[in-house]
Design a protein around this ligand. Structure first.
Ligand code: SAH
Ligand code: SF4
Length: 383
């Protein structure tokens, strides 16, 4: 008996990776009217806490497509990472999650809730290739990029926790300042942000979304060329080539002069303000001469400078606060808005640069309070 060969099966894909047009395309390809995409999108991103609730008011063609296409062993799955661990800062305002991805790698996501504003800080990669010497993630090295769905799922998780604990509050702000370099994973990041800012979905305003980069110049210029409406934050840390190169190895590829030229170009093309991040490190980049040089370097750029107290990582000490304030005064006197980022969450190692997956491979059971360790629970709830 002759068996006809089975057509090769495509690996399953995440529904969260598709974007609105992608969902419309998949429905159309399956012979389902693309009109149903709106209902599905709303269920995924507006109503859905994490995963998908199949609602009673879905029309039969959409229900049939979901039943045949989404779930275990089917063409599509949903990104529902497990909470492998979680912790609160002592003041209760920072809530850090270690999320385990389907391949076993872990990433960290933080919910910050101070000053009446709620902000999700999400990762864009497992590890980071850029190797900044004071950053715990950089010291871990690069493991892999995150898919759009894995970026989106972090925000869905944080919103789910917020809905459960503070139902009267809304998640309005998003910063890409967790593990990884967002512009090294440009396409996935932009696809995720399109979904996250969609008014019919999570509806996080583009002006409330900050992309922080260590200076991937092609990505900065591409953001300008594509008129991406997000806030750009550039992590600078050095005001001379040598000062920056000692902290940021990427400087050997794109040096400080080229980076500042790219920032000027970005500003000229977009008319947007740029936020410069400056981690103050004792004896490395915190002198008053450095502050003066920084003011000189940024002259003419619509810049806001954010000073970040160093969070403890091995081998580097933070600038004492009096010296930090003196540094700030120089920049303010030169006419730049200059603020200090508050040191929150240090007691749970949720500060910048501490988001390392030191717990990778740890066998801590998923916690119950905000966990959704049972993958099936978030996947398909049939109404
Ligand atoms: N890769 C991107 C975004 C993630 S890092 C970037 O570098 O911009 C987010 C911010 O945390 C950056 O400004 C980075 O310089 C800062 N950071 C890294 N390690 C830190 C540490 N140990 N203490 C304080 N800030 C740190
Ligand atoms: Fe990567 Fe940013 Fe850390 Fe540098 S500071 S190693 S770019 S995550």
């Amino acid at each position: 008996m002759i068996h006809s060969p089975e057509p090769p099966r495509l690996p399953p894909r995440s529904l969260h990776d598709l974007g609105f047009a992608g969902i419309e395309g998949e429905l159309r390809a399956a012979g389902v009217s693309a009109h149903h995409a709106k209902a599905l999108w709303r269920a995924l991103y507006h109503d859905g806490e994490l995963g998908l609730t199949i609602r009673a008011d879905f029309l039969p063609p959409l229900k049939r497509w979901l039943a045949s296409s989404v779930g275990e062993g089917k063409a599509f799955f949903l990104d529902t990472p497990e909470v492998a661990d979680e912790s609160h800062s002592d003041d209760g305002l920072t809530h850090k999650f270690l999320l385990r991805l389907s391949d076993g790698h872990s990433i960290e996501t933080v919910l910050m809730g101070y000053d009446g504003r709620h902000t999700a800080c999400v990762s864009t990669q497992v590890g980071c290739a850029m190797g900044c010497v004071f950053c715990a993630t950089g010291q871990m090295g690069f493991v892999r990029h995150l898919r759009p769905g894995e970026i989106i799922a972090q925000v869905l998780h944080v919103r789910r926790v917020m809905r459960a604990t503070q139902p009267d509050k809304r998640l309005r702000n998003l910063v890409l300042m967790g593990m990884g370099e967002p512009l090294h994973n440009y396409d996935a990041v932009m696809q995720a942000l399109d979904t996250l800012s969609s008014v019919r979905g999570l509806n996080i305003g583009p002006s409330k979304i900050s992309i922080s980069t260590v200076g991937v110049i092609p990505g900065i210029l591409r953001m300008a060329a594509e008129a991406r409406p997000y806030r750009l934050a550039v992590s600078l840390h050095g005001a001379t080539e040598a000062e920056r190169a000692a902290l940021v190895p990427l400087s050997s590829k794109w040096n400080l002069t080229e980076l500042i030229a790219a920032c000027r170009q970005y500003g000229a093309l977009t008319g947007r303000r740029i936020f410069f991040e400056w981690t103050l490190i004792a004896g490395h980049n915190d002198s008053l001469e450095t502050a003066t040089r920084l003011a000189e370097l940024l002259r003419g750029i619509d810049a806001h400078i954010n000073l970040i107290p160093l969070n403890p990582t091995s081998g580097f000490a933070g600038t004492p606060s009096a010296a930090g304030h003196a540094f700030q005064r120089v920049l303010r006197a030169a006419g730049f808005p200059c603020t200090f980022r508050q040191r929150r969450g240090i007691d749970v190692a949720a500060g910048c640069g501490q988001l390392q997956a030191s717990a990778q491979g740890r066998s801590t059971p998923p916690s119950s309070s905000a966990g959704h360790g049972d993958r099936s629970s978030g996947v398909l709830k049939l109404a």
